[in-house]
Design a protein around this ligand. Sequence first.
Ligand code: NAD
Ligand code: DAU
Length: 331
Amino acid sequence: MHLLVTGGAGFIGCNFVRHILAEREDVGVRVLDKLTYAGSLDNLAGVLEDPRLKFVEGDICDAGVVEAAMDGIDAVVHLAAESHVDRSIISAEAAVQTNFVGSFRIFEAARAAQVERFVHVSTDEVYGACLGEPFAEDDPLNPRNPYAATKAGADRMAHSYFVTYDLPVVTARPSNNYGPWQYPEKLIPFFTWRALNDEHLPVYGDGMQVRDWLHVQDHCRALALLLDEGRPGEAYNIHGGNERPNMETIRLILDELGKPESLVRHVEDRPGHDVRYAMDASKMRALGWEPRIEWESGIRATVRWYAEHGEWMERSVARGKAYFEQWYARR
Ligand code: NAD
Ligand code: DAU
């Protein structure tokens, strides 16, 4: 299999590349990644030397780059995105370009190349806040922040390419991932970094918003399964079974690091903050998948991983300096 992984130098991408190289001997992987602030070759340490992996630096919004990257490819896992909600609130521009226009370019090139398999990675955020029963795949999409809206646009565009052009797209809708190599703007690595430096933890509002946590390795197993067995034209919810209010997650981080709860500071809420995400993953489970990594040991190991990778954290945070100063100036 000649596989193109977009966004392979980011958090989920680098974990997925490691996973697929370890699991499939017959695979050749081409990573296409722009190396934005969130992507780094550091993240691919240990696999970059693998002769089955080829790295291409380039922008998915550039039709020529995408067409060249698709040459000889028979399967695609599309992960590249501007993935942070808070950044999309400051400005939606980059998210609109990459998540919507860039995704369109990938669908278009995959159609021209007549790829045999295509996994499009969407998100649980496309459903919007969940105030009742967990969402099922056929529920209406109701994205409520700019990031989520661009992801919903790409999710539906992917489906239109299946319906209109028979592009064999399978859509994954995962919940909040955690694990190693996540850019430290996201809750778990960011708060670990702040706590390690004895800096206050800026909790949005009351911190009672609920997120479902899915270990990135469980997610990668699900994506690999969808690549083989997902039904084209269908969406699959990937839910970790760990719905937790943010304050509970934050207390676990502090406990693992031996830091006091007095570091918590409740600050101005994120505008349009979704109070809860929840999905029914029975369709995914019917394929034989279930999460394996237990939540509390998983998050404790993740926190330790960040504590042990201080230099990686420092280099990563440095790339986002302007953003951190702007967004957290009043928080
Ligand atoms: P990330 O921000 O860690 O990585 C994104 C990668 O995409 C980076 O390597 C970046 O350099 C690359 N990229 C960005 N713009 C690009 C462009 N224009 N051209 C080429 N490459 C570009 O993101 P992540 O957390 O790994 O998320 C991967 C995918 O999974 C995204 O589509 C995201 O929406 C989705 N997702 C993430 C989560 C999560 O909890 N992290 C949950 C659900 C869905
Ligand atoms: O649900 C899937 C989504 O999960 C993905 O599609 C996104 O790419 C990914 O970034 C993530 O989005 P969230 O907004 O849920 O993740 P984040 O880590 O930014 O925030 C998690 C929760 O923590 C959320 O309720 C906001 C809160 N939070 C976050 C930060 C960074 C705070 O209270 N303070 C903070 O400083």
